[in-house]
Design a binder for this molecule. Structure first.
Ligand code: ZN
Length: 133
């Protein structure tokens, strides 16, 4: 099982991991198929979104924080229910097609690890899916 390690530095943060994923594809000489990225955590997620204007990342995070405030009518004793709920909203996996050795992301897309209860050391599990021949 391949994995990437992500070190988050803030409690809530989107971390662009596109280059690290592409580096794994290069390292393993994967030419086609797809890449499955899975986050094995309950207070973090993974998303694909805009890579050009950093205000989009800012707007995504401020909106998630507004929708799911850190403190509220939560019962979970660990005190991080907001992080669990934000992780539900973002999801735990993405699949990206690979062709000619490259992630087939759109021009404006990047893959972001979504931290909601950092800072922490996190993992992203990576599986390569073979193309149908
Ligand atoms: Zn918890």
């Amino acid at each position: 099982m391949l994995q990437l390690t992500v070190h988050s530095r803030q409690r809530v943060e989107l971390i662009n991991i596109t280059l690290e994923v592409q580096a794994l594809i290069d390292q393993h000489k994967i030419s086609s198929g797809a890449c499955l990225l899975f986050v094995p955590h309950t207070t973090a997620g993974i998303i694909i979104n805009e890579n050009a204007d950093p205000d989009v990342v800012r707007d995504i995070l401020t909106t998630l924080l507004r929708l799911v405030p850190q403190h509220g009518d939560y019962r979970h004793l660990e005190g991080n229910s907001d992080a669990h709920i934000k992780a539900v909203l973002t999801g735990s996996s993405v699949i990206v097609p690979i062709s000619q050795g490259r992630l087939q992301l759109g021009t404006w897309q990047a893959i972001y690890f979504a931290e909601f209860d950092g800072p922490r050391r996190r993992q992203v599990l990576v599986s390569f899916l073979a193309p149908i021949s």
